[in-house]
Design a protein. Structure first.
Length: 280
């Protein structure tokens, strides 16, 4: 112990002397000793070196210890974080969380299931509705197409829409009443009669003046009882004065001439008027 204290005393003294010397050297002065090179040089160096070495070693050890403490601290934190107690705590917290939120999770899962069912149901219904709509459009389109084709066919056969129905007016060929009726049938209709005054007036306006046309009116089945080719009693009859007279007992077919009707022999050659339907 004595030797150590002595050593510290000399070290302190030598250190101070070295500091003074160094400070005076930095100031451009000399050692305070009267003959520094002889009196201080070798002594000072030999005395300072062990102290400097020791100080350097202590500093290195302190630095090493500091680094070691830092590593231990980090390791301790890591171990603490991974310790079973901590894990149990985490697991317990997870269980508590799951327990507390199980109802919420169940509800969310149920809502998702119901949403899925609802969406699929909507898609299916939407698909059915779309299919129904498409079928409706297809049916409607087909009906329109049929109607257009029918009209095209009718027009191609020479019929024209007059007031409320289709009529065909033959202004070129002349035929007997029977042949005229056959020609109208071949075109899909009959010799014409009239449903109302307006229709009659509209058709008459399209006929040539001073030209007779066969109509679909006759008393061939029963004398004096005039009917249309559809078997109905004619709604419009405009016989000329004194007609029908069944002249010669052989006048069973009706024509129209400048708007008035007459019963005539059926074998006369006449232009004729067809109607497309069989309603009148
Ligand atoms: Ca007659
Ligand atoms: Ca007559």
């Amino acid at each position: 112990m004595f030797q150590f204290r002595t050593f510290l005393f000399y070290a302190f003294v030598v250190g101070n002397l070295y500091g003074v010397v160094k400070s005076q050297e930095n100031m451009g002065s000399v050692c305070v000793l009267t003959d520094a090179p002889k009196q201080c040089g070798a002594f000072c160096l030999s005395a300072q070196l062990p102290f400097i070495d020791h100080n350097y070693k202590v500093q290195r050890q302190l630095k090493s210890l500091s680094e070691m403490l830092e590593r231990i601290e980090k390791s301790a934190l890591t171990v603490q974080n991974k310790s079973p107690a901590n894990l149990e705590s985490i697991q317990q917290n997870a269980l508590n969380f799951q327990k507390e939120n199980q109802a919420k999770l169940d509800r969310i899962e149920k809502e998702i299931r119901e949403s899925k069912v609802y969406i699929l149901d909507r898609i299916e219904k939407g698909s059915q509705e779309t299919q129904t709509t498409m079928e409706g459009i297809q049916t409607e389109s087909q009906a329109k197409m049929d109607s257009i084709l029918q009209k095209a066919k009718i027009i191609s056969l020479g019929f024209q829409w007059i007031e409320s129905r289709y009529f065909y007016i033959e202004n070129n060929a002349k035929q007997s009443w029977t042949n005229a009726e056959n020609t109208c049938r071949k075109r899909g209709g009959h010799l014409a009669a009239f449903d109302n005054q307006k229709e009659f007036d509209a058709v008459i306006a399209k006929l040539h003046r001073n030209t007779p046309y066969w109509l679909g009116i006759s008393d061939r089945k029963k004398e004096g009882e005039f009917v249309s080719e559809s078997g109905n009693r004619p709604k419009i009859l405009t016989f000329a004065p004194g007609e029908p007279n069944n002249d010669g007992g052989n006048e069973d077919c009706v024509d129209i001439y400048n708007g008035v009707m007459n019963d005539l022999p059926c074998d006369l050659q006449r232009h004729f008027i067809c109607q497309l339907d069989s309603e009148v």
